[in-house]
Design a protein around this ligand. Structure first.
Ligand code: PLP
Length: 398
């Protein structure tokens, strides 16, 4: 057997394959250049154009462009009327920003747990966390797979809660034939370069509720009654600040890039689904790791391809297998440290191990494999070869 690169052997690849990477075309570059030559670098016409195109793709009535995915979550919860003293139920298996959004508004994040096979928010654990203070649920389409929105909507309706979808992974996905972005009361997206559409930094919120959208538009611009362009067009200087808001605007430069990228989302989604299928097939021939389960009636957007290690069948833990794969120059990653285990949450909200046992157990086993549309077949085969080599090395001797 070939020695592991971790132990001084030859790595499967000579250069590191990242876990995610943006794609850019000449058309993207031309779109950005055109805005640079125009009068409006921000609050200009490209913002509404991007919002309308995004709303059309996600079949939502309204889309509000914001400066990043974290801002999108903050804006979404403000739009929904969340305030100090409220409780918001969140999944622990996410990026900290999902829970932080509640904290930004003085609300308390309350952690439910996820399903062991999909790592999506488990609706069965949500109801037990509802109190008289609960106002909203934030579900995360983890890895790009839409959650069980039928079950979550039923719980939200029964308890009069607002259902927010953190869809930062899931642009391009569908559930029961409906696109992500139209599956909850409010949905949020990120356009960070690792995500399914990239504008450098960027984000979007979608909703069918015009009142939510109106509040969100104000909040992203200091809760001012007019923006720069409206004042310029009216030849007026006057505005009023009606509440505490932020500068969460997305520039026209970024919106032009987003508009150009949006056209390629279907092709990219399809490519990632193909890569996932190849990984699925390869994993069937390997002992010690398995893919996450995919729910019925969904189109998975595969922002991430996450494997769960079967530690009982391996002689090493996740950290060692992670290091071994990195040494083979495979840019694996781990998504995520369960949010309630971060020191800030432990110190501020008294959360601790044992609160979300399913997420905590999964955290010890998960590894994200490289997954992005621009990967070529050689890259895919390198990942498979490295995984095979590493898992075979650590196959537990009976
Ligand atoms: C990326 C991401 C965010 C935050 O988005 P930014 O654009 O980085 O602020 C929030 N939630 C999830 C699930 C994410 O993946």
């Amino acid at each position: 057997m070939e020695p592991l690169a971790l132990h001084g052997g030859r790595p499967v690849r000579s250069t590191l394959l990242p876990y995610a990477h943006q794609s850019v075309s000449e058309e993207d570059i031309a779109a950005v250049n055109a805005v640079l030559r125009s009068d409006w670098w921000t609050t200009g016409p490209k913002v509404a154009e991007f919002e309308q195109a995004f709303a059309a793709v996600t079949q939502a009535k309204e889309a509000v462009a914001v400066s990043n995915g974290t801002a999108a979550l903050h804006v979404a919860l403000y739009g929904a009327g969340i305030r100090a003293g409220d409780e918001v139920i969140v999944t622990p298996m996410t990026f900290a920003a999902t829970a932080n959004a509640a904290v930004f508004l003085g609300a308390k994040p309350v952690f439910a747990d996820c399903d062991a096979e999909t790592l999506l928010l488990d609706p069965r654990t949500v109801e037990a966390r509802i109190t008289s203070k609960t106002k909203a649920i934030i579900a995360v389409d983890y890895a790009g797979q839409p959650c069980d929105y039928a079950a979550l909507r039923a719980i939200a309706q029964k308890h009069n809660l607002i259902l927010v979808s953190d869809a930062c992974h899931a642009l391009g996905g569908t559930s029961e034939g409906k696109p992500v972005g139209s599956l909850a009361d409010i949905s949020t997206f990120s356009f960070h370069p690792v995500k399914p559409l990239a504008t450098g930094e960027g984000g979007m919120v979608t909703t069918n509720d015009a009142r939510f959208a109106e509040r969100m538009r104000r909040f992203r611009n200091h809760c001012m009654t007019t923006d720069h362009r409206e004042r310029q067009e009216k030849g007026s200087w006057f505005y009023e600040v009606t509440d505490l808001g932020y500068n969460y605007r997305l520039t026209d430069i970024q919106c032009a890039l987003g508009l150009s990228q949006l056209k390629r989302v279907p092709v990219w989604t399809k490519r990632r689904q193909e890569i996932a299928k190849q990984y699925d097939v390869a994993l069937q021939t390997m002992a010690g790791a398995k893919p996450l389960q995919v729910r019925k009636n969904v189109e998975h957007a595969y922002h991430l391809y996450v494997i769960q290690l079967e530690l009982e069948r391996l002689s090493a833990d996740r950290n060692e297998i992670f290091r071994a794969l990195r040494s083979e120059n495979i840019g694996v990653n781990v998504h995520y440290v369960p949010v309630h285990l971060h020191p800030y949450y432990r110190q501020t909200f008294g959360t601790k191990p044992g609160l979300c046992p399913v997420a905590e157990r999964a955290y010890e086993r998960i590894i994200s494999l490289p997954m992005f549309a621009a990967m070529n077949n050689g890259d895919i085969s390198d990942v498979e070869q490295a995984l095979k080599k590493v898992l075979a090395h650590y196959a537990a001797k009976k």
